[in-house]
Design a protein around this ligand. Structure first.
Ligand code: ATP
Ligand code: MG
Length: 450
């Protein structure tokens, strides 16, 4: 109580200044110290300021620090042009075509530096027939740069030298109130860039903050606009959701906002497989946990999980039609990938790993002779085993199988020998197959590394 009172008195004694249209929040109010900024971002802002430019930490990092979260990375905004930034830092390079940015390298850390941009006036703006901005790459000043950003919490500029925050859109108050609010008229902003609707969902879920009512309201009626966004960009955003460490909350939020249906094929697959829903949600929860523990996760593993029950369904049909299990698996994989490729835009580069994870599943059943030892040597064993555990947890296969492999992989030679099942028991001994006409790699002709 007293502490609260003192805090209020203390706060009052630290007035918010106004500079132009910005409110300047002092350190004594917001409490974000220079030391909380990464080494690289401090170096970049110091270097640019010493060269006579403005330079601020901006975007997600300031927001995350205010919310007492660890920022993923630090971005810097400046009035220097990319060429000017490039001249200040020897280890830097200009990237990007649509809008050029500079990456400044400090050992492992890469600081992204962007020049202030402005939103192009309505009459000069290039938009598609739905009002989507096709170009927003004009240089501007800090105030204009704030206005073109999406949410008030994402438009705060932090100066590590003075420890002040420049705020043009009441983003400080919103962030303190745990509110995600879009800058400007929500409808106009969603029309300019429909992906902002998904960003609203992702950021509010990830940060555990509320979506402002006016920001949320138009989404239901405007969601169709997502259909005009290039697929690669949508996939990018969906991947960010799935790999945000809060994928389960994101999916739940999408459900609540009725954003999940018919727009993003990848999400349909996730949310509309009755059989696989439990498995998919387990996979997502598992991914969230791994990210929470700073463990690596791979998009290929996640895609493999998302499509697993489709593959299983196709496989079952083929086996019922009399195909042998392994051959049927190859056919099922190729069918599902070919079908989903058109719909989901899953890049080809993930195919090989997804197939390996799927194919190895059948080999877990074989626990006699040399086969389990050969499986352990597979480079993809670990991922395939993690996948098997998910299948156990979802009730698709017996827990006993997962437990057996859990023990077997770490057991000593003696114990391993004891654990082996007799040939012919449990798993049928493989009959010699007649040579096939088609190569095992399947119709696509892509090699499947085994
Ligand atoms: P994350 O923690 O996921 O990185 P972020 O807010 O930093 O969240 P980025 O995609 O890294 O997201 O974008 C950096 C900044 O660029 C944002 O904080 C925001 O100010 C601005 N921004 C990004 N995407 C948009 C968009 N679609 N429209 C307007 N501004 C955007
Ligand atoms: Mg970011």
């Amino acid at each position: 109580m007293i502490k609260k009172f003192l805090k209020r008195v203390f706060r009052k004694s630290h007035k918010i200044k106004t500079v132009g249209n910005a409110q300047v929040i002092p350190f004594e109010l917001h409490g974000v110290a220079r030391e909380q900024i990464s080494y690289g971002a401090q170096k970049v802002t110091d270097g640019l300021q010493a060269a006579g430019f403005q330079a601020y930490v901006v975007g997600g990092a300031v927001r995350d620090l205010l919310l007492e979260r660890t920022p993923k990375d630090f971005d810097v905004a400046t009035d220097a042009t990319p060429e000017e930034v490039r001249r200040v830092f020897r280890r830097s390079r200009i990237i990007g075509r649509r809008f050029r940015l500079v990456h400044v390298m400090f050992g492992e850390e890469v600081v992204e530096v962007s020049t202030y941009r402005r939103m192009i006036d309505a009459e000069d703006a290039q938009t598609d027939e739905h009002g989507r901005l096709l170009r927003d790459n004009e240089f501007g000043d800090q105030e204009q740069d704030a206005a073109r950003r999406d949410f008030t919490a994402n438009a705060l500029f932090y100066d590590p030298a003075t420890q002040e925050i420049y705020d043009y859109h009441r983003g400080y108050a919103d962030t303190r109130d745990h509110l995600l609010r879009i800058i400007g008229d929500p409808q106009v902003r969603y029309r300019e860039d429909p992906v902002r609707m998904l960003r609203a969902v992702r950021l509010s879920a990830k940060l555990g903050i509320r979506l402002d009512a006016a920001t949320a309201a138009p989404i239901a009626e405007m969601k169709e606009l997502l259909g005009n966004v290039p697929e690669a960009r949508l996939l990018d955003e969906v991947l960010k959701m799935l790999l945000s460490g809060h994928s389960v909350e994101c999916i739940q939020q999408l459900h609540r906002m009725n954003l999940h249906h018919g727009l993003l094929p990848l999400l349909d697959v996730i949310l509309e497989q009755p059989m696989g829903e439990k498995f998919v949600m387990l996979a997502l929860r598992n991914t969230d946990e791994r990210l929470g523990q700073d463990k690596p996760v791979s998009p290929a593993f996640l895609f493999a999980a998302l499509l697993w029950h489709e593959v299983l369904a196709a496989w079952n049909i083929l086996v019922q039609q009399g195909e042998r299990p392994v051959g049927a698996m190859h056919t099922a994989m190729d069918e599902v990938l070919a079908k989903q490729k058109k719909k989901l835009a899953i890049p080809h580069r993930y195919d090989a790993v997804m197939k390996e994870i799927w194919l190895l599943q059948q080999r877990f059943e074989q626990r006699a002779g040399q086969r389990p030892f050969r499986l352990l040597e597979q480079p993809r064993f670990r991922a395939a085993f993690d996948f098997l555990l998910l299948r156990c947890a979802s009730g698709e296969v017996d827990d006993e199988l997962g437990l057996w492999w859990d023990e077997f992989q770490d057991a000593g030679a003696e114990r391993q020998k004891e654990m082996l099942q007799p040939e012919g028991a449990g798993d049928k001994k493989r009959r010699r197959r007649k040579p096939r006409k088609k190569p095992e790699a399947g119709a696509a002709g892509e090699p499947v590394s085994q």
